[in-house]
Design a protein around this ligand. Structure first.
Ligand code: IMP
Ligand code: MG
Length: 177
């Protein structure tokens, strides 16, 4: 069985708090949320429903791990934004920051498009795994160095539908499940 790391109630409470904090920080400004596909979709949808400022969403897809649980360090844009972000207040929404390589690349790429502001909101972060510093403005939870699944996070594209965050059972990896 999967060990639960963050219960559904705790996730939802923290996301409501983040939504309130972001709404207050961005008061009087229009916000563009940039979701990183696919993992951030669940968090983004819940977070956005707690925002009280005018906001829009757009998505990017970047390659990271494939089916493995370790970072390759290779980052490629698979799907770019539809919207021009020049002069916009952009908040990048990510499911998890592990090595930081993916986001660090993404931030550099988006900065070059001259947004009015650019901040990062990540539901989860594994500080022990960081290889490169990324300035994260909003963080949901700091978690230990374990591979997690659920609430958008996958292992080989599975388990995104779990309503909680759990630790991947190693026996599932060995079975190739
Ligand atoms: P980074 O480039 O090492 O920071 O990796 C970030 C990406 O790797 C995230 O957007 C996730 O898609 C994936 N990832 C990192 N850690 C985990 C994990 O524990 N479970 C599932 N996906 C993960
Ligand atoms: Mg992934």
């Amino acid at each position: 069985m999967t060990e639960v790391l963050i219960e559904e109630d705790d996730l939802q409470r923290r996301i409501a708090d983040l939504g309130a904090e972001i709404s207050s920080d961005y008061e009087g400004r229009d916000l563009l949320l940039v979701g990183v596909l696919k993992g951030a979709v669940f968090f983004l949808a819940d977070l956005m429903r707690h925002l009280t400022v005018p906001c829009e969403i757009d998505f990017m897809a970047i390659s990271s791990y494939g089916a493995s649980t370790d970072s390759s360090g290779v980052v490629r844009i698979l799907k770019d934004l539809d919207i021009n972000i020049e002069g916009r207040h952009v908040l990048v929404v990510e499911d998890i920051i592990d090595s930081g390589l993916t986001l660090s690349y993404l931030v550099r790429n988006l900065e070059a498009r001259e947004p009015a502001s650019l901040e990062i909101c990540a539901l989860l972060t594994k500080p022990d795994r960081r290889e490169i510093d990324v300035p994260v403005r909003y963080t949901g939870f700091e978690i230990p160095n374990r591979f997690v699944i659920g609430y958008g996070l996958d292992f080989a594209e599975r388990y995104r539908n779990l309503p909680y965050v759990g630790v991947l059972d190693e026996s599932l990896v060995l079975e190739g499940a």
